[in-house]
Design a protein around this ligand. Structure first.
Ligand SMILES: [Zn+2]
Length: 259
């Protein structure tokens, strides 16, 4: 099945890459004392597989109410159909869409006419859009592609009221928040910390929090790429003020998700 999905063939070429069942996530959460996990959809190439995976995420979140929050994948193909899938998932309890890789989905995020149905559906249901982002420089890894600060920033300017979470620290966009106009454009933009141990030195937490604000950084693990405990221990070793650590490890996410 994975071989029939070009994107998965790329990402899962790494021996570290895994997929997890809902039960594995729950057991990891019990071990590492995680209250709630946001489980994300993937970028499937076939609409029927995308819908099947979305159903699994939504059923798992319904079965483990309060423990799992589902974000859904977008069906590939025309954006009117993708918008219908957003409607269907929102009705079944999805709280967001993502982790979206527009490059894999063949979506030109700067083309307002094509993508309008998607944004209308997101805004109608007040859903969060979680985007995969990458650094424009540095070492290569499977998945280092797609949106970088250069394409992310104009996209955010086009959709100022959309709540967007930029995965993996927005590929470095927080550093540009030192520019006043960029900071203004990030009013509804958040950054998640997923995969940090593979990407940055731990100083990133302190620096980025100073640049975008303590309320804008959301802890993410990238589980099952690594155990949840690894980045949690990293955050706990930083000696952040307790209040800031609490916001990072869940307070900000709970507020954003209305938990
Ligand atoms: Zn990602």
């Amino acid at each position: 099945m994975l071989r029939a999905e070009p994107h998965f063939a790329e990402v899962f070429a790494s021996p570290r890459a895994r997929m997890a069942t809902a039960e594995e996530v729950i057991s990891s959460m019990e071990q590492d004392e995680v209250d709630t996990s946001v489980v994300l959809g993937a970028n499937w190439g076939a609409p029927e597989r995308c819908r099947e995976a979305n159903d699994y995420l939504l059923e798992s979140a319904a079965r483990h109410q309060g423990l799992l929050v589902a974000f859904c994948g977008l069906t590939p193909g025309d954006t009117e159909t993708a918008a219908l899938e957003i409607e269907r998932c929102a009705a079944a309890g999805a709280m967001g869409v993502g982790e979206l890789r527009p490059d894999v989905m063949g979506l030109d995020m700067s083309n307002e006419a094509t993508t309008a149905p998607i944004y209308r559906a997101l805004e109608r249901h007040r859903l969060i859009l979680l985007l995969h982002t990458s650094e424009p420089v540095g070492h290569f890894y499977p998945g280092k592609a797609g949106m970088t600060p250069e394409t992310l920033y104009p996209f955010l300017l086009l959709h100022p009221s959309l709540t967007v979470v930029c995965a993996h620290w927005g590929g470095g966009l927080p550093f540009y928040a030192l520019m006043p106009e960029v900071a203004r454009a990030l009013e509804h933009t958040y950054f998640d910390t997923s995969a940090t141990p593979f990407l940055y030195r731990p100083q990133i937490y302190n620096h980025a929090i100073q640049m975008v604000g303590e309320d804008k950084v959301l802890f993410g693990s990238d589980y099952p790429l690594m155990p949840q405990r690894r980045p949690i221990s990293e955050v706990r070793s930083l000696s952040l003020p307790q209040r800031v650590e609490n916001l990072l490890l869940g307070g900000n996410a709970a507020k954003l998700l209305g938990l």
